[in-house]
Design a protein around this ligand. Sequence first.
Ligand SMILES: N[C@@H](CCC(=O)N[C@@H](CS)C(=O)NCC(=O)O)C(=O)O
Length: 228
Amino acid sequence: MRLNSIMERAHDKAMILYFADLLYPRKACAAASYLGAPVTLRPIDVEQDEHKSPAFLALNPNGLLPTLVDGPMIIWESNAILCHLGRKMRSDFWPTDERQVDVIRWLSWDAAGFGRYAGELYFQLHVLKRFNLGPADDAAVTHAREAFTACAEILDRHLAEHEWIVGTSPTAADFALGAPLPYADEIGLPLAAFPSMRRWHEQMNALPGWASPFDMPRHTRTSKREPS
Ligand SMILES: N[C@@H](CCC(=O)N[C@@H](CS)C(=O)NCC(=O)O)C(=O)O
């Protein structure tokens, strides 16, 4: 074995994914599982504000999850983590030809609209209740649902003509935009009106790792300790 690949393997082994059972970490864990990436999962106790500790803020100054450490690289922002995992695994999940620009286009659209409004619904209708942070803001829910629906119309039209968002197999774009689907009933995503999104949702559910992203027997789980 050449030295380069030995070094690469050593680096692969060093990947640590800091996560909690929440929307954005979920998609990173799902991608790691789907790709069979050599990732060690490290649970973070958000109820104890572990993600606001000095040790964690040294990794991610936003104090947010997920965060991936790969040797000397520290990657925050879930969509960037998806791309990194796809690149590491040399998978079409992060294509290297002209499809890459298309994936970036959908990731940008996710951050600017679709995922932003789904994230607001998730915060208002899941996070506030789960962590006893007070009642949802009805005006914010109404605005986010209207804005999400406008985005969903665009995505549904696209999916009516495409099996996956980019190309002929799942990419980082599917895992990014699909992130809120598992919470659709709880946060009231209007999927009933969008048959192609429902078909895509079923496809996502059939992918290894998507339905149970935190259940990764082939990966090591570390016990709780300060991030190092
Ligand atoms: N844009 C970021 C958002 C990350 C984010 O908001 N993560 C939430 C979990 S879904 C979090 O860590 N929340 C903890 C907090 O707000 O204190 C990403 O895509 O990674």
